[in-house]
Design a protein around this ligand. Structure first.
Ligand SMILES: N[C@@H](CC=O)C(=O)O
Length: 368
């Protein structure tokens, strides 16, 4: 990918720009070499204000609001045609009911605007790819069937998976050749996953909440779609059937970082050295193509007994890398391990940006 074709940046809009994931998009895209945020949209409550006014008192990112975005006037996400005239594609982080999200994302796609979504609404639409660029970059092939169904030339919807799976699914992907058959994954999820800071969720201090609505189902099912295959007859992605995953998801007093404690059985029981080697050597298209947001090292293995820890490891590779540790044999399962990922970087906006970079490099997102 020569730098020449990247000279003209693609114009991007952020739908749901005022929420926590929207703010993360704005921050991560501030100096992006390929994409320029030219438009922000949110609910009718924020429409008409400048972005700075719309997030006043609720800007949750570490640094200030990027200058280029501050004075943009927030549009109503319902202004599909107007927005479609001004952008090449959109990131969607809208907060509405699932039915409303499905409809609005489809409206954008039908207005010939590619939509890269953080929402779960379309994750189980059979011809919508759910992409982790290192794991299943080829699933973008299903877009041609989706475009046929929608009657579009350029518009489509692609999604990224839920943040909860990012702490264990990458490791299981690296181990697919050893045929994992059964997995238990318990996740300890940061409050930013619920769009909150400690100030907004004081009830989490000195507490663990043993329920996150819909999370366990997503944690058990979504990896199977990612490990599935595009079927040309069905014009859809057919999910894999194994391993069977069972999960419990807990909310803990952490701001950023989802930790997973996982147990795995394999058909072919590998050695510890083979497992670690598979993790450390796991690379994908983003690394080969040097996509702008790709971590150099997708998965790191930490040997210290007390790692990975949120405090030390959550920002590994700017939050785009996965940290694994404490891999050891188990009495009931073959192996157990701990995984950690950054839930708003790799798990949300960062993962979606990497997905858009992949789709751009593959020719699915273009300027015209
Ligand atoms: N649904 C997730 C979002 C990811 O950060 C959660 O609630 O943690």
């Amino acid at each position: 990918m020569g730098s020449k074709i990247m000279d003209k940046k693609l114009k991007v809009g952020i739908l749901g720009a005022t929420g926590m994931v929207g703010q993360r998009y704005i921050t991560l895209l501030a100096d992006h070499p390929w994409f320029e945020v030219v438009l922000v949209a949110a609910s009718s409550r924020s429409a008409g204000k400048t972005y700075e006014q719309a997030v006043a008192g609720r800007w949750k990112m570490e640094g200030p609001i990027p200058t280029a975005v501050k004075d943009l006037t927030v549009l109503d996400v319902d202004q599909v045609d107007r927005i479609a005239d001004e952008v090449d594609f959109v990131f969607s982080a809208v907060s509405m009911s699932k039915d409303e999200i499905k409809k609005i994302e489809e409206k954008y796609a039908k207005a010939e605007i590619p939509v890269v979504s953080n929402n779960s609404a379309h994750r189980w639409t059979p011809d919508v790819p759910m992409i982790v660029p290192e794991i299943n970059p080829d699933h973008s092939r299903v877009i041609k069937f989706q475009r046929e169904r929608l009657g579009t030339k350029k518009g489509f919807i692609a999604v990224k998976p839920n943040c909860s799976i990012q702490s264990y699914a990458p490791a299981l992907s690296a181990w697919r050749k050893f045929e994992p058959t059964q997995v238990i994954a318990t996740t300890y999820q940061a409050i930013s996953g619920a769009g909150k800071t400690f100030k907004e969720a004081p009830e989490i201090l000195n507490n663990v909440v043993p329920f996150i609505g819909g999370e366990e189902e997503k944690s058990e099912k979504e990896p199977l779609k990612i490990w599935g295959r595009v079927d040309d007859q069905e014009k859809a992605i057919i999910p894999a059937v194994s391993p069977v995953i069972t999960s419990q998801c807990l909310r803990v007093a952490v701001l950023y970082g989802h930790t997973a404690a996982a147990f795995v059985n394999f058909k072919q029981n590998p050695t510890k050295e083979e497992l670690i080697q598979a993790l450390e050597s796991y690379r994908g298209v983003p690394q080969e193509m040097k996509l702008p947001s790709a971590p150099k090292q997708f998965i790191q293995y930490l040997t210290e007994n007390d790692r990975p820890q949120v405090r030390f490891d959550v920002n590994f590779e700017k939050g785009m890398g996965i940290s694994i540790g404490r891999l050891r044999p188990d009495k009931i399962f073959d192996w157990k391990f701990i995984g950690l990922s950054h839930n708003t970087a790799r798990g949300a906006a960062g993962g979606a940006i990497l997905c858009a970079e992949l789709l751009k490099a593959q020719g699915y997102i273009t300027a015209d």
